[in-house]
Design a binder for this molecule. Structure first.
Ligand SMILES: Cc1cc2nc3c(=O)[nH]c(=O)nc-3n(C[C@H](O)[C@H](O)[C@H](O)COP(=O)(O)OP(=O)(O)OC[C@H]3O[C@@H](n4cnc5c(N)ncnc54)[C@H](O)[C@@H]3O)c2cc1C
Length: 257
């Protein structure tokens, strides 16, 4: 069966916050933009973020913010300097989503409702005539002489000289985390660094640690073999430890073999 051919100036793969933001930026540059989304509706993970309240950003200055990414500092620094937290806060203000920081640090929508964040991004897409195609799983990229010129699903073929991969990571498959972005990147000859879990609780081999579920130690310092340390609330769980002090270092700990 012949695939249906669709053309556009810019194809975005994935309608999470990254894909929607990229689509808006491209459409604001007068490009015709299509977003292909695997799930029946966009922004599913965004809707559950921050327990449905969506912690959008923080009060850190760009340099301090980049430092928080530890070993990924060099990778994230240019992006954070190009679009620092203050600019992000202002852009949501312009989208009609004023932000508040109840603790003076973490910014949420004033309504404390992640749906308002998603709706603002979708409204902007609609204004800019960005077309979102749901239930559209891109399974391959098309390359011509080493340059990406499109992508396709089992039934559709997209022709576009600009393709933005915004497929998210591997967590929460029900919300779109399928890891397909890694496979598509490999088709374009990118090298994939083995993905590891981050921002997760840690399991403990110590039996005593699993016998204290629900116990919270405020303002703790956690050290992992003198390599990494995290500070903040420490929460004991049925399988080990969690809470901000652990979440902050979990990405480093899971890379240790
Ligand atoms: C429980 C929870 C709470 C969180 N809370 C916060 C928070 O408060 N603040 C915060 O900043 N972050 C939070 N996060 C993290 C945040 O949700 C993610 O960082 C964010 O969603 C990543 O955005 P993304 O657009 O890169 O990817 P995603 O949101 O994962 O979107 C990627 C999209 O691409 C689609 N897709 C994937 N592969 C394909 C394909 N081959 N073809 C077509 N479509 C495809 C997926 O269906 C998905 O819709 C939280 C995450 C979780 C799980």
């Amino acid at each position: 069966m012949q695939k249906k051919l669709i053309t556009c100036d810019c194809l975005v793969i994935g309608a999470g916050p990254a894909g929607l933001s990229a689509a808006i930026a491209a459409a604001e540059s007068n490009l015709s933009v299509i977003i292909a989304e695997y799930l029946p509706s966009p922004g599913r993970k965004l809707l559950i973020s921050g327990s449905g309240k969506c912690n959008i950003t923080n009060r850190l200055l760009p340099e301090e913010f980049a430092q928080r990414f530890l070993s990924n500092f060099r990778f994230v620094r240019p992006a954070i300097f190009d679009f620092p937290p203050e600019d992000l806060r202002n852009s949501f203000d312009r989208l009609g989503v004023p932000l508040v920081a109840p603790d003076g640090f973490h910014f949420f929508p004033k309504s404390m409702c992640a749906k308002d964040v998603l709706n603002a991004l979708l409204d902007r897409c609609q204004t800019l005539k960005v077309k979102i195609i749901p239930n559209c799983a891109i399974d391959s990229l098309q390359l011509h002489n080493g340059a990406i010129c499109g992508a396709s699903t089992s039934t559709q073929s997209f022709e576009s000289s600009r393709v933005i991969l915004a497929c998210g990571g591997m967590s929460y498959p029900a919300l779109g985390g399928r890891g397909s972005g890694y496979k598509l990147s490999q088709q374009a000859n990118h090298t994939i660094v083995l993905p590891v879990p981050a921002l997760v609780g840690l399991k403990s081999a110590e039996a005593w640690a699993t016998k204290l579920p629900g116990v919270i130690l405020a303002d703790s310092t956690v050290k992992f073999f003198d390599c990494y340390s995290g500070r903040g609330e420490l929460i004991f769980t049925h399988s080990g430890v969690s809470g901000p002090a652990i979440l902050d270092i979990s990405g480093q700990v899971t890379t240790v073999r």
